[in-house]
Write a protein that binds this ligand. Structure first.
Ligand SMILES: [Zn+2]
Length: 614
């Protein structure tokens, strides 16, 4: 006979492990404390107003940047940070600002042109009027030698006009898309978000090379007496893409050249000028630009503050949060990235106001010069974390449990990009569990790069960017004149601050620091089954391999220099791999592979050679 056994309720409770039950209670208590602190005196509206309306824009090296840094430092101190200080990252970065400008078409009809100056360009000599010349590519410029005095050049090489079906889209991630992202095992497959992994060193050297390459172009324009350069915006509805990344790269150092007056204009107004020229009409433009350069080394600082850990055994260990305080110059930098700073500063306020005491030290870093490929964080990481050329460790390397970054606009945090680290995925899923019901607990293995955590990530520090709802970030606001406070969603930011405060408190309170990826482990092996040989490059200082077998590891797998080239032997599991070389920091296709045989992996990597291991 089957006997039904009835468990008394207390016995059922005791079956759930005592710690996990206590943990659940404890977690909801922690979250309640943070939520209560969030209800009163949110600092977010005040931070946005101060960083954007009062002190924006906050371009590298400017008085505005420095005033913002001082303000943030003061607020962090008032919110109870144990220490708050500046750390210099100065490498002779100058500042630049617009004092006054105007642009009008005066012939064949009057039109006030929607325009904005491009960063680090020079003043005109007062008000100037000139005929407009359309340049479909800069190579055709030399043929115009001697014919350019007093002219205004339209830089048309990337121009394409918009049509009426072009929409500005503001969107949130659907549940279904987030579920797919959560299930996706491939970190380089971009289901959501913006950027996969890349070589930071290469991005920096490419940018530097571009500045060098274009020097002679700007010099030629100056020598020929060109009055101004004009590029079209690539946003619709009169929104101006005003940064220093396009036709006129930003020349940020004190000894750099100063390009002649340059502007971005509304795509639609550029289009009208082009159509007039194509119709045989000669438009004229009247314009002026007054800019000012400055160099104040004391302005080039990151703002750093700590909440000291309370557990003596692990208080040296750090959980770092960060966002970039600098911005481009066309808007007020409200969304990119006063919004990110506001969430991170508010998270510090929430932890202090709720009386929660983390065991590890929690550090906030507000970076300068992120828009110039991480000027501030690069200096910090190089001094404190590790060498970004060879991966060798510096003093904080072992003690950083994690770095968390916020820099994808104003949309609410929907979860986190685990950056290919499968060991942290279940940990984050557990920590974000309280936010699952509201749809904000997604953890994806996907990579998300091109902001300050990229450098920590390159050194294999667990370093993460949060998943944020896109809203209108990429469609209208990113690096545009409409990066203004109107497009900051304060309610989203308030929720995000609660998530950040809770998550970092958890990470700062667990017994262990977060696990790191182990993809650094593909090392040359004399008994290996696969030999790589790169012929030549005898003057190179270092050569390594980057491939899916080492998860596109930034420092690659090193080759040894031998007679006639570079080689290494690896022990690889059977399968198909794609690779390329890194030669002195440059990602380079295997020269043995004919160009038309080079492959793409469909995940952002190109110029690859296939190797099959049996
Ligand atoms: Zn940004």
């Amino acid at each position: 006979m089957h006997t039904k056994i009835i468990f008394p309720f207390f016995l059922i409770l005791s079956l759930i492990s005592a710690t996990s039950f206590a943990q659940i209670l404890n977690d909801s208590l922690i979250l309640d404390k943070i939520k209560n602190a969030a209800k009163n005196n949110s600092a977010i509206p005040e931070i946005i107003t101060n960083l954007s309306d009062i002190n924006g824009p906050r371009l590298l090296g400017t008085t505005n940047y420095y005033e913002s840094a001082k303000w943030a430092w003061q607020r962090l101190t008032e919110f109870g940070a144990d220490t708050a200080y500046f750390e210099s990252f100065d490498k002779q970065y100058r500042g630049w600002k617009v004092k006054s400008f105007n642009m009008e078409m005066t012939n064949p009809n009057y039109m006030h042109i929607i325009a904005y100056p491009l960063a680090y360009t020079k003043s005109t000599k007062g008000v100037v009027i000139g005929d407009v010349i359309y340049l479909s590519n800069t190579d055709s410029l030399k043929t115009l030698k001697g014919k350019l005095k007093g002219k205004i050049l339209l830089l048309g090489q990337d121009f394409s006009s918009f049509d009426a079906s072009q929409q500005i889209i503001s969107d949130r991630f659907s549940k279904e898309l987030l579920r797919q992202a959560s299930d996706n095992p491939d970190p380089n497959d971009l289901l959501i978000g913006y950027h996969s992994r890349r070589s930071t060193n290469q991005a920096i050297s490419n940018q530097e090379q571009r500045r060098i390459d274009l020097k002679s172009f700007f010099q030629f324009c100056e020598d020929e007496g060109v009055v101004a350069l004009i590029e079209p915006s690539d946003y619709p509805y009169g929104i101006l893409h005003s940064d220093g990344n396009r036709n006129v790269p930003s020349y940020t150092k004190i000894n750099d050249i100063k390009p002649i007056a340059s502007f971005v204009v509304a795509n639609e107004h550029f289009g009208r000028l082009v159509r007039l020229i194509e119709s045989g009409i000669k438009p004229t433009i009247k314009l002026n630009l007054e800019t000012a350069f400055n160099y104040n080394p004391e302005f080039n600082v990151n703002v750093i503050a700590d909440i000291k850990g309370t557990d003596k055994r692990i208080s040296e260990q750090q959980v770092i949060i960060g966002a970039h305080l600098d911005s481009w110059h066309g808007g007020t930098g409200a969304v990119d990235n006063a919004a990110g700073c506001a969430v991170m500063i508010e998270a510090i306020r929430l932890l202090k106001a709720s009386g929660l005491q983390p065991r590890r030290t929690i550090k906030i870093c507000l970076w300068g010069g992120e828009e110039q490929i991480f000027a501030g964080s690069r200096d910090y990481v190089t001094r404190n974390v590790g060498n970004l050329n060879d991966g060798s460790e510096k003093k904080d390397f072992k003690d950083i449990s994690a770095y968390f970054n916020l820099d994808n606009g104003t949309g609410i945090i929907r979860g986190i990009y685990a950056q290919g680290n499968s060991k942290v995925k279940p940990i984050f899923e557990e920590y974000l569990n309280p936010f699952k019901p509201s749809g904000n607990g997604t953890v994806t293995l996907q990579n998300a790069n091109q902001t300050d955590h990229e450098l920590f990530d390159a050194l294999n520090i667990p370093a993460f960017q949060f998943i944020q709802d896109p809203l209108n970030y990429i469609s209208a606001v990113h690096h545009t004149t409409m990066d203004v406070a109107e497009y900051v969603n304060e309610e989203d930011l308030k929720e995000s601050a609660i998530i950040v405060a809770y998550l970092i408190y958890k990470v700062a309170t667990q017994n262990e620091i977060l696990p790191r990826r182990d993809f650094m482990s593909v090392k040359p092996n004399l008994n290996g089954n696969t030999i790589f040989f790169l012929e030549g490059f005898e003057n190179a200082k270092s050569v390594s391999l980057v491939s899916d077998f080492n998860n596109w590891n930034m420092f690659g797998t090193p080759l040894a220099k031998v007679n006639g080239g570079w080689t290494c032997k690896l022990d690889l599991k059977s399968g198909r791999y794609l690779y390329k070389y890194i030669i002195d920091g440059d990602w380079t296709a295997d020269p043995k592979t004919p160009v038309d045989k080079l492959l793409r992996d469909g995940k952002g990597h190109a110029g690859l050679t296939e190797v099959i291991v049996k």
